[in-house]
Design a protein around this ligand. Structure first.
Ligand code: PMP
Length: 430
């Protein structure tokens, strides 16, 4: 595959941007090889500046549930652009998007739009602290909630740890108010609440943890988390930046039948534009300025172009047909590929239109159960698969997404290419 133009542009980009990118994983450091410089996205395909075409299984990390350049979304956006890009004042479109979400997602009685998932989570945490008058927050190992200071905390396995920032530049004074527990561990959870429950402002969890592999939680664990937060007067924040409108209209809270107090959104609700949102119980949302004492604001929040893209996307998803179709396509793809690789040291897990390629026999439910050797297999495979025209996210810890533009035939071809390359990379189970 000729990638000369990509290489040249990337080299120049490295001179003017750290690592040549505006978000670290795009630099392909874990998988090696050169990041492709993209010129166009159409349907299920990405096209780079050298004219190569890739079947896109990353879908911009989740937002593009309708694929690239969906004609209805593009036409709505063009129509809005003709009337201006931003007003710094309210529009009917932001009200309509808010109303769409509030009327369809039960736990969301009131919502505020921001410009990214990070901002949504950061604001929801402040609101939870303001509402409860408590400082402590609880997160789970392997869950990513954006890059705000108090959530950039990892933990060792086993016991709760406090305050180990996982990035330079994050003060321990801030992360000392963040507790971290292993996922799907009932005992650790109940022990933590017994000791700290009455100091806790909120527990935050990804709807389905999908930033460190796909760690599908048991229904029991999710119900226990809901029950304990309620018992101790702490809020439950469901971070649905990935799962919101991906698992279905009701997201993960409907999938688990676990209603959170606050929900955070991003990705799909912006239809490919930079949008985030947080919402939930009206009595909590009333604490937000201008009504209440918790301050939160944004120059471009509720931007009309972004709201238009989001609304056009959600309206197409409203009747649920796309979800049913996506789920069936994903299920077929995962089972066909698993069949082709029967006996080989690889496994595929999937939920809704998300799948994860994992080089280990037992599908993990917690971060410390992920085999780093398996991740290394993925990382080696990535480059060869890319040269065969399949665009996977550039890290073995990342999940893949399909869109309504991916046809069964495209996915069959992808399964063939993946199977061939995985067989080259993996060994047979003994
Ligand atoms: N929460 C979750 C669950 C996410 O997956 C992400 C991004 N991948 C974020 C928050 C942060 O969103 P953003 O990148 O838009 O800031």
């Amino acid at each position: 595959m000729n990638t000369k133009k990509s290489e040249k542009i990337y080299e120049s980009a490295c001179r003017v941007m750290p690592g040549g990118v505006n978000s670290p994983v795009r630099a392909f450091q874990s998988v090696g090889g050169n990041p492709r410089i993209i010129k166009k996205g159409e349907g299920a395909y990405l096209y780079d500046v050298d004219g190569n075409r890739y079947l896109d299984l990353c879908c911009s990390w989740g937002p593009l549930i309708l694929g690239h350049s969906d004609p209805d979304v593009i036409s709505a956006v063009k129509n809005q652009i003709d009337r201006g890009l931003t007003y710094g004042a309210s529009t009917e479109t932001e009200y309509r998007l808010a109303d769409f979400i509030v009327s369809k997602v039960e736990p969301v009685e009131s919502i505020r739009f921001v410009s990214s998932g990070t901002e949504a989570v950061m604001s929801a945490i402040r609101l939870a602290r303001g509402f409860t008058g408590r400082d402590l927050i609880l997160k789970f190992e392997g869950c990513y909630h954006g890059h705000s200071d108090h959530l950039l905390v990892k933990a060792g396995s086993g016991l709760a740890t406090f305050g180990q920032p996982s990035s330079a530049g994050v003060p321990e004074a801030i992360t000392s108010q963040t507790a971290v527990l292993p996922l799907n561990d009932d005992e650790a959870l109940s022990g933590f609440f017994k000791k700290n429950g009455d100091k806790l402002a909120a527990a935050i969890i990804e709807g389905v943890p999908a930033n460190n592999g796909l760690l599908i939680q048991s229904h029991e664990f999710m119900r226990m988390l809901r029950a304990l937060t309620q018992k101790y007067g702490a809020l439950l924040i469901m971070d649905e930046v990935i799962t919101g409108f991906r698992l279905g209209i009701g997201g993960a809270s409907a999938y688990y039948a676990v209603p959170p107090d606050l929900v955070t959104y991003g990705k799909i609700i912006g239809g490919g534009m930079p949008v985030g949102a947080f919402g939930g119980r009206a009595d909590i949302m009333k604490k937000l300025s201008p009504l209440g004492p918790v301050y939160q604001a944004g120059t471009l929040s509720g931007n009309p172009v972004a709201m238009t893209a989001g609304l056009a996307t959600l309206e197409k998803l409203a009747d649920g047909k796309i979800y049913a179709d996506l789920e069936e396509k994903n299920r077929l793809f995962v089972s066909k590929l698993n069949e082709k690789l029967d006996g080989w040291a690889v496994n595929l897990s999937g939920i809704a239109s998300i799948f994860w390629i994992v080089f280990q026999k037992e599908l993990p439910r917690a971060a410390d159960k992920i085999d780093p050797d398996g991740i290394a297999h993925f990382n080696r495979m990535h480059k060869v698969v890319l040269d065969d025209g399949i665009y996977l996210p550039p890290s073995g810890y990342e999940v893949c997404f399909i869109s309504s533009a991916h046809t069964e035939e495209m996915l069959d071809d992808a399964a063939e290419i993946l199977a061939k390359n995985i067989r080259n990379e993996a060994h047979r189970w003994e």
